[in-house]
Ligand binder design. Structure first.
Ligand code: TRP
Length: 454
């Protein structure tokens, strides 16, 4: 066998398919599980405002930049820099992305596995009638005392690999076009239910009323990390998807649409969760357990709650699936194109290596809890280092590359589809990627880790 054949590179079939796949990558556990708990730990409403500002000022331009790099080069993140900057060390940015992909997939698929446990629990009546204290205990013992997290991780990993094996158009595009709208509708139902709970107003106040005295350097860095994580930017997922996008697609339009969908889902998740958090007297800063304790609590209060619980965790699993496939695709594209493996071999290799990392992360409160680096267990290490360090650093290097080391003419050519679109935003975009984004990311980063005090 001759390995990967570049002339048979797959692509997305339609504009809707592109948005579904990219939004599928962006929308996931990051919106429904991570966003509410990070917001809850970092001051509520004021965090939301900072998050939105960073989303529009930095997130969207970085996403456009990744799409430009991907579509221009028609390659995976490492190959992309090799094509666009031959003989230069920029491909290391792509390598960093591949490393991030492994780390993200490990802890993210572990969380996705938790959703499977909760689907199982709804079916077997495991949490009916439980108080929030009991739900908390149940969640903790599941993660620390059993091997089930590793089992569910494995099931989820295999499902991810199966879809990626189906290919870009028949696997990724087709599945995301069905799963995304379903998720949106269900989330709306959850919001309505949560808003009608007694005491819901307090939660809305927490989410929407800013108290800037709660903002510190760390909070801003958390917001930056969350924007990058939520949009799937900074590690090459969007470069990879960009490489499958056809030449007539308006990349700026796609970036704005995907970011708006992603933000809407995060805010809706906040509306579904915070009123219930306050109604049930749970602390908004309960960390990564938040979704898995609050939502089962809401479902108990609803007539037919277990049906909703089943649907919700199923859709959360599906939303996670449209994201895990996008991360696995990065690794697979890299293995197949750079190491010249067939896609099938690349998938097998990637999946097997993921088992080692993912099982370690999924048991990080149990069997593998003694493995620690910088005082963090593997789960926390992967979660925090990727979002707060590797993704912002990747994003920084991506905009510096396009803004300073790649011909502006070619960037404009790609954004305007060879001149057929006006791309009036171009000078603003260029100003952002040359100055605003690099300076802002650097300051937020140094300030967040305490090296700079403002
Ligand atoms: N954005 C996804 C979410 O919010 C997760 C994700 C998919 C991701 N691909 C990524 C995060 C690439 C960072 C980088 O659930």
């Amino acid at each position: 066998m001759s390995g990967f054949d570049f002339s048979k590179r797959d692509s997305f079939g339609s504009r809707l398919g592109v948005v579904a796949a990219a939004a599928g990558s962006a929308v996931g556990l990051g919106n429904i599980w991570r966003f509410p708990y990070v917001l809850g730990e970092n001051g509520g409403g004021a965090f939301l405002i900072i998050y939105l500002v960073i989303m529009f000022a930095i997130g969207i331009p970085v996403m456009m930049s990744e799409l430009v790099i991907g579509r221009r080069s028609q390659r995976n993140p490492v190959g992309a820099f090799r094509v666009l900057a031959p003989g230069k060390p920029w491909y290391l940015v792509g390598m960093m992305g591949i490393i991030s992909a492994f780390m993200i997939l490990a802890f993210y698929t572990a969380v996705a596995g938790w959703t499977l446990e909760y689907i199982y629990q709804t079916l077997t009546g495991g949490f009916s009638g439980k108080s929030s204290v009991e739900l908390t205990a149940m969640f903790d013992s599941f993660r620390s005392e059993s091997l089930r997290p590793a089992l569910w991780f494995s099931v989820f990993m295999i499902a991810t690999s199966a879809i990626v094996l189906g290919g870009v158009r028949k696997g990724i595009e087709k599945s995301t076009k069905i799963m995304m709208p379903l998720l949106f509708i269900l989330l709306l139902v959850m919001c309505i239910k949560s808003l009608t709970l007694p005491g819901a107003g307090k939660g809305m106040e927490f989410l929407f009323k800013p108290d800037f005295s709660k903002i510190t350097g760390t909070t801003v860095l958390m917001a930056l990390g969350q924007v990058f994580f939520s949009l799937s930017i900074g590690m090459g997922t969007i470069i990879t998807y960009g490489s499958y996008i056809q030449k007539d697609n308006n990349l700026a339009g796609t970036s704005v649409q995907v970011s708006l969908i992603d933000t809407a889902v995060a805010v809706l998740a906040g509306i579904a969760i915070f009123p219930a958090v306050f109604a049930f007297g749970i602390s908004p800063s309960s960390g990564e357990a938040l979704t898995f304790i609050v939502l089962p609590g809401i479902f108990q209060q609803m007539p037919g709650g277990m049906i909703f619980a089943f649907m919700f965790f199923l859709l959360l699993a599906l939303a996670a699936l449209t994201s895990t496939i996008s991360v696995l695709e990065v690794i697979v594209a890299y293995f197949s194109e750079q190491l010249r493996l067939t896609r099938r071999k690349a998938i097998i290799l990637a999946t097997l290596s993921m088992f080692v990392l993912g099982i370690t992360a999924s048991l990080s409160l149990g069997l593998t809890s003694r493995i620690k680096l910088f005082g963090l267990n593997t789960f926390d290490l992967f979660n925090t280092t990727t979002a707060n360090i590797l993704l912002p650093l990747g994003g920084l290097l991506i905009v510096i590359f396009l803004g300073w080391f790649f011909p502006g003419r070619d960037v404009k050519d790609e954004l305007s589809n060879g001149g057929s679109l006006k791309a009036r935003y171009y000078s603003l975009y260029r100003f952002i990627i040359r100055f605003v984004a690099p300076i802002a990311i650097t300051i937020v980063f140094l300030n967040g880790i305490g090296l700079l005090k403002i």
